[in-house]
Ligand binder design. Structure first.
Ligand SMILES: Nc1nc(=O)c2c([nH]1)NC[C@@H]1CN(c3ccc(C(=O)N[C@@H](CCC(=O)O)C(=O)O)cc3)C=[N+]21
Length: 298
């Protein structure tokens, strides 16, 4: 049986650590971290995630606020809201929940966020700083993946890490971090994507396989080697009438098949999802302490 990379357990540990830090901070009369979120429209998954984020903040003693807007909000109005949060001294960090309605230019909105408050790490300045191995906000999901490797003390130096999916939010940053001169990192990285020919040829070589595509069933048992470490980032909602919610959450990896060969594997749900939430809280802590920006910035 493989070791299960337990996102619920590890994220609880991280939250407990942050909670203790907040309590200490309060005793010393310091300012409590404040995370804010902008939510546009009524996408079900987005609503769930933002609500979970507010609950997480309450749990560990952070302050939080939520700004909800109708689908009909104009790009100009949304940019004005971003600017308000940029200038609001009470708010240490904020996120604009994605996806946004089609009439809004996502890049324009993400670019408008002050990089110092960009706890999602989506601003090009943070992406560039991360790629240059300078202090930066690491996007919450890559942060969660790295924290998994760290806390399970998985060796990465010289290992072959195969990343499936090249999104700006997960696949690409994860491939940069795994190849960087850090721990976790120092790996030999192969980044595969929708145009990769014969995907299995690469996944079979992986010592560490990180899958972030959003296609349930993509990775089957015959696509991996014995002893592989698998991190499944996919979280797709598929209709399931046996569930009260009407849907089930599915990863990209067929767990029943791949877990027979893996030495470590993360499940969905209960894997990377909760770690993503912990990553956002860690970034918010860093923002409030000015541990990324506001110190000696290169
Ligand atoms: N600006 C922005 N930042 C994001 O970080 C962001 C976003 N937009 N848009 C959507 C995606 C998706 N995402 C998830 C976070 C946590 C879970 C999570 O906690 N999942 C639980 C289950 C939750 C459930 O039951 O629905 C799990 O996997 O166990 C899932 C997905 C963050 N995203």
């Amino acid at each position: 049986m493989p070791i299960i990379l337990d996102g619920k357990k590890i994220s609880s540990q991280i939250k407990e650590e942050l909670k203790e830090k907040v309590e200490l901070l309060k005793k010393e009369g310091g300012k409590v971290p404040h995370l804010s979120a902008i939510l546009v429209g009524n996408d079900g998954a987005s609503q769930t995630y933002v609500e979970a984020k507010v609950r997480d903040c309450q749990e560990i003693g952070f302050e939080s606020s939520k700004l909800v807007f109708d689908d009909s909000i104009s790009e100009e109005e949304l940019l004005a809201e971003v600017e308000k949060l940029n200038n609001d001294e009470r708010v240490d960090g904020f996120i604009v929940q994605l996806p946004l309605p089609k009439h809004i230019n996502v890049d324009k909105v993400l670019n408008a966020i002050n990089p110092e408050k960009d706890v999602d790490g989506f601003h090009p300045v943070n992406y560039g700083r991360m790629a240059s191995n300078l202090p930066a906000y690491i996007p919450a999901t890559p942060f969660g993946v790295m924290e998994f490797l760290k806390r399970y003390e998985i060796p990465t130096r010289g290992k072959h890490c195969v990343v499936v999916g090249r999104s700006h939010i997960v696949g690409s940053p994860v491939s940069i971090l795994m190849g960087s001169a850090n721990y976790p990192g120092d790996a030999t990285v192969t980044l595969t994507h929708r145009y990769t020919e014969n995907l299995a040829q690469y996944t079979k070589q992986a010592d560490i396989l990180i899958v972030a595509v959003g296609k349930p069933g993509l990775i089957t048992g015959d696509m991996v080697k014995d002893g592989v470490i698998v991190i499944d980032v996919g979280t797709t909602r598929v209709p399931d009438t046996t569930k009260k919610s009407g849907f089930a959450l599915k990863g990209d990896v067929i767990f029943e098949e791949v877990s027979k060969k893996a030495s470590h594997i993360s499940p969905v749900p209960g894997g990377v999802g909760p770690m993503t939430r912990a990553g956002l809280l860690m970034n918010t802590w860093l923002a409030a302490q000015k541990e990324v920006y506001g110190k000696e910035l290169v």
